[in-house]
Design a protein around this ligand. Structure first.
Ligand SMILES: [Zn+2]
Length: 326
């Protein structure tokens, strides 16, 4: 029995969640621009029908960030002082405004999927999973996952799993366990899944992820998981500037096995498990479109397997150009 899902992925996107100031010229990470670049590229492609955009969600306010951060740090970011650049992103008012929307986009996407499980949701956002209670880190400013999940727990007693397939370990959830112990109920230990592997092709990585899907599958079937979030960071691709782990086939395969797993656990549950997607990292100076297209390839897998579509993935990911320095 296949569980009915809406055919389009509901995408929580507004240009207000994009930071345009100083990113192109001054920032190593293009992630604050990524929602805009990705949405523009998908809109101009044959894959535009995969998504349905919703823009009328409210931004977070100062107090929301106190769920995961000290007042001093949130103030520093809002006012552009102290350790406001601990995220390694140039500070601007535009950046602060965009952060109030990226973080609320993730929360609203999770909340919508939880209340409407037939609807797969998507928050095209990055820059969250390295933040700490009192600082930013590694292009991340605020712990959006922590805030979203604590809110979900406070409101619904809902417990979530994050499949964080970024190349880099998502420390923000673990680093908040003492600062806000509600996260221990909202995302219990073992529910922040970060695969890794050591071979160049990604076989070990895929096996690790597969084993973790099986482990979490048992938790889902026992009724211990209320929603899952799939964060398919493109920097786990081996041609990424900060990356490693997977060749293109294995990188895409992770999305395939996730989507098949979603269908399988939903069948066992007798209802669709709520699913939300997010972007996370991805860095290629030689070809940023390759980063965007990896994200699109992942969406195509989800759209076809979970939402029942039949988009043909024609996207090629060019190998990285290795410039000879001599
Ligand atoms: Zn990363």
């Amino acid at each position: 029995m296949k569980h009915e899902r809406e055919s389009k992925i509901l995408t929580f996107y507004t240009e207000k969640q994009v930071c345009f100031d100083s990113i192109e010229e001054q920032s190593y990470s293009k992630s604050p621009l990524k929602p805009y670049l990705l949405m523009k590229r998908i809109e101009a492609s044959e894959y535009t029908e995969m998504l349905k955009v919703v823009s009328d969600f409210e931004p977070f306010v100062f107090e929301d960030f106190l769920i995961a951060h000290t007042e001093r740090y949130v103030k520093n970011v809002f006012e552009g002082k102290g350790n406001c650049t601990s995220n390694s992103i140039p500070w601007s008012k535009n950046l602060v405004e965009s952060l109030t929307y990226t973080n609320s986009a993730l929360y609203n996407a999770i909340r919508y999927a939880y209340l409407n499980p037939q609807q797969v949701t998507f928050a095209p956002v990055s820059g969250m999973h390295h933040a700490r209670p009192d600082s930013g880190s590694g292009f991340c400013t605020f712990s959006g996952q922590v805030i979203a999940s604590v809110k979900m727990y406070n409101e619904f007693k809902a417990r979530g799993v994050y499949f964080d397939l970024d190349r880099h370990f998502g420390n923000s959830i673990e680093d908040t366990r003492e600062f806000n112990p509600i996260i221990n109920l909202a995302v219990p230990k073992g529910y922040n899944v970060n695969p890794y592997g050591s071979d160049a092709e990604g076989h070990e990585y895929v096996k690790f992820f597969n084993d973790e899907l099986s482990r979490i599958g048992y938790e889902v079937i026992q009724g211990k998981v209320d929603y899952v979030v799939f964060c398919h960071g493109a920097d786990s691709h081996r041609d990424d500037d900060l990356g490693g782990y997977c060749n293109t086939d294995n990188w895409v395969h992770c999305a395939t096995i996730f989507a098949e797993w979603v269908n399988e656990v939903s069948m066992h549950l007798g209802r669709p498990i709520p699913v939300t997607l997010a972007l996370f990292g991805g860095y290629r100076r030689d070809n940023y479109n390759a980063v965007l297209d990896l994200h699109t390839k992942s969406l195509i897998q989800i759209s076809n397997i979970i939402c029942g579509n039949s988009f043909v993935d024609k996207l090629e990911i060019p190998e990285k150009v290795h410039k000879n320095i001599f």
